[in-house]
Design a binder for this molecule. Structure first.
Ligand SMILES: [Zn+2]
Length: 192
């Protein structure tokens, strides 16, 4: 068995040994949802004070309002009763380090892990790659404040999202651990 799998399973054994949350209902008890980045440095349970059963946390690369993120948010409200949503991007996000074109080119060369240095991304793996990556919108980020505001606006204006649900936009600072409000996103997310 891989070392990682071993570690995960032994951590789970310890978790289950003192587990006492088996009584929790399915809908989140504090009635809110967070959309945030998958970055390993972000721990929404810690930075937002969550415990099991509290809230929905939807994560993807960048914390972007992709169609699938919106699918989850709509389920979160319509079927599971969340009443407030937060969109939280963060400083030093990997999504700022490439563009659709770069990703498409890298994948065309090789599917293996690429490297990055001061001169940009390089493919060190062997091919063949695949051009399918050129047809995907990777939802990269140029400017965090702008991406948060755009995502809040996209969610706000979605036809399946009720107008009265407040949507808040923040940037998490990976250096300080602080959530910093993004005024343009807060304005865009105000309930109508
Ligand atoms: Zn990120």
């Amino acid at each position: 068995m891989s070392q990682i799998l071993n570690e995960v399973l032994s951590a789970n054994q310890a978790y289950a040994a003192s587990f006492n949350k088996g009584h929790l209902p399915l809908p989140p008890g504090r009635h809110f949802a967070i959309l945030t980045c998958m970055d390993a440095r972000l721990d929404p349970a810690k930075y937002a004070g969550l415990t099991e059963g509290d809230a929905h946390v939807i994560r993807n690369a960048g914390g972007r309002a992709s169609d699938d993120a919106i699918r989850s948010l709509v389920i979160s409200y319509k079927l599971l009763g969340t009443r407030e949503w937060l969109v939280i991007h963060h400083t030093d996000c990997g999504m700022e380090l490439f563009t659709n074109e770069i990703m498409g080119d890298l994948l065309s060369n090789s599917l293996e892990t690429a490297t990055i240095d001061a001169s940009g991304w390089h493919d060190v793996g062997k091919g063949p790659g695949c051009t399918d990556g050129k047809y995907i919108n990777w939802l990269t980020i140029k400017n965090q404040e702008q991406s948060v505001a755009e995502d809040v606006m996209r969610i706000r204006n979605h036809v399946l999202v009720p107008k009265n649900i407040p949507i808040y936009g923040f940037i998490y600072d990976v250096r300080s651990g602080k959530l910093v409000e993004v005024p343009a996103a807060m304005a865009a997310g105000r309930p109508l």
